[in-house]
Design a protein around this ligand. Sequence first.
Ligand code: ASP
Ligand code: MG
Length: 414
Amino acid sequence: MLIVQKFGGSSVANPDRIVNVAKRVALTRREGHRVVVVVSALGDTTDDLIELSRKVTRNPVEREMDMLMATGEQVSVALLAMAIQELGIPAISFTGAQVGIVTDSSHTRAKIKNISGQRISEQLKRGKVVVVAGFQGMTEDHEITTLGRGGSDLSAVALAVALKAQVCEIYTDVEGVYTTDPRIVPEARKLESVSYDEMLEMASLGAQVMQARSMEVAKKYSIPIHVRSSFSKQPGTIISKEVKSMEDVVVRGVSLAKEEAKVTICDVPDKPGLAAKIFTRISEANINVDTIVQNVSKTGTTDLSFTVGLPDLNKTLTVARKVAREVRAKGVTYDDKIAKVSVVGIGMRSHSGIAAKMFQALAKESINIEMISTSEIKISCVIGKNQAVRAVRALHKAFGLNRLGRKTQLALVR
Ligand code: ASP
Ligand code: MG
């Protein structure tokens, strides 16, 4: 079998852990599989590098940011290749550019255009374990690019597609994908399987296990993903195409996104084309807008609210204030103390009453809902940040996701 194994930053945070990863890779290789390994930078290296750049400038040029950030992964591939060699297994490390991961030229958030993969195949034929730097690629003009934070997941999935791997294993510091963040709800359960669409929703809604874009690629090419712990041999969570039985569970998980802000443009004249104008401006500034709410207008004007990622808030306000003046709206207000809780599950397509149940659970906790948005397989509510933890716990329980107590489990077995 050809297996792509990806190890995140926490799995290679120090030399002991790098040796641990090398042992796991060696084990897979000794079982007779061909192995391509993708690694992230050691521990918090990427954050540290970004911080370092802030010490010399407040407005770094994005090309240079990529030059800087890409160094992180170059350190880990070299160290991991050495550690694997030390175990008597031939290995070789490569940067993204060296193995022909070609991207577009949008620095710091580049998109992969194609992967030649030839160099990797050659080395695999020679029996080597190939270690590839995650998170990075190269433009057609030989400029180094990075794929956006968490981008090593994308590197791994894209390599699995290009090399026609049987499976892409994502090794991390948790046992798999959980019904919700176990740090918030100790009763959270590890999921055995989850569909691409559910994982995509959960990833974009705050679950940090997988980068959202990597899920789109996995879905498009139906590459099975196995999310598992680099510290245990237990099977983790399989992310795959949906099968009928997955619909039996109405809500698969509860996610929480805390890094969000709400922006309101007040008293926008109620005329055709204004929403188009406002959101065109915002998208031109490369800002991702999420939930949008517009009220019915009674007086010829309406308030328009939407959420953006907290890091984009300042940029958004600048654009929103400008366009508000242009369309003669009254002004712009914002709230950076919000959170978004969501319930996700493909079973929602065939079950009704989920929204009502969600709102009831929040009402019981006296939590006020500020905005609501839905898709076929998720319902999200924007609420006050200080109520987020309570909301997640209440929803997790209301939808029956809490781990069964020992007693109930025994009863079920009998
Ligand atoms: N090192 C990069 C980051 O921290 C890429 C990754 O870890 O996936 O975002
Ligand atoms: Mg990561």
